[in-house]
Design a binder for this molecule. Structure first.
Ligand SMILES: [Zn+2]
Length: 182
């Protein structure tokens, strides 16, 4: 979508009132904070994202200012069980309501399911996308099943090299018990 809106200095109020929308694609590499998490260097994955502003007029009351965010990417981290690369889908789909002050945000935070943010005429929505991606990272990255190709190739290698062969302790015991059988 072509427009002259600056993602890092978004006038949230105007964006919502105009029901504007923005979408695009960034390289994963441009999210420096995200890269500092235990994210492996991987092929240059793209982050696709979209933002949509919305003003909801309420009877009598003040109009509500909303921002809807979607972002999606794949990320490679180290599996904490087998220590090999594991890829995860990150899927962000969140709604934010903007209020006029920090005070209101704190007061209303418990009553609402949506996230509350303070209205900003120079809102950094790039950082918001990055924050949400970071929050959607797996807490303990793990394969669903660790029987992956890498482990299989390791096992094959081990089976082929004699130095990895260990005597079966039960077989050894049998031999000790019945030395005359041989
Ligand atoms: Zn694993």
């Amino acid at each position: 979508m072509k427009n002259n809106l600056d993602l890092k200095q978004l006038d949230i109020l105007t964006f919502a009132k105009n029901a504007s929308a923005l979408s695009g694609e960034y390289d994963l590499a441009s999210f420096t904070r995200l890269r500092q998490e235990d994210v492996r260097e991987s092929t240059n994955e793209a982050v696709t994202w979209s933002l949509r502003g919305q003003e909801i007029k309420s009877e009598g009351g003040e109009a509500q200012i909303w921002l809807h965010l979607k972002a999606n990417t794949h990320i490679t981290m180290t599996c904490q069980r087998c220590l090999t690369p594991a890829t995860f889908d990150l899927d962000v789909d969140r709604d934010f309501r903007f209020v006029s002050s920090e005070q209101i945000a704190l007061e209303e935070d418990d009553e609402n399911e949506e996230d509350l943010l303070v209205i900003d005429r120079k809102f950094n929505s790039f950082e918001l996308i990055e924050d949400e991606l970071i929050m959607s990272l797996p807490i303990v990255p793990r394969h669903q099943s660790c029987h992956n190709a890498y482990l299989e190739s390791l096992a094959k290698e081990n089976a082929q090299s004699p130095e990895f062969e260990r005597p079966n302790p039960f077989a050894v015991l049998e031999q000790l018990k019945k030395p005359t059988n041989h």
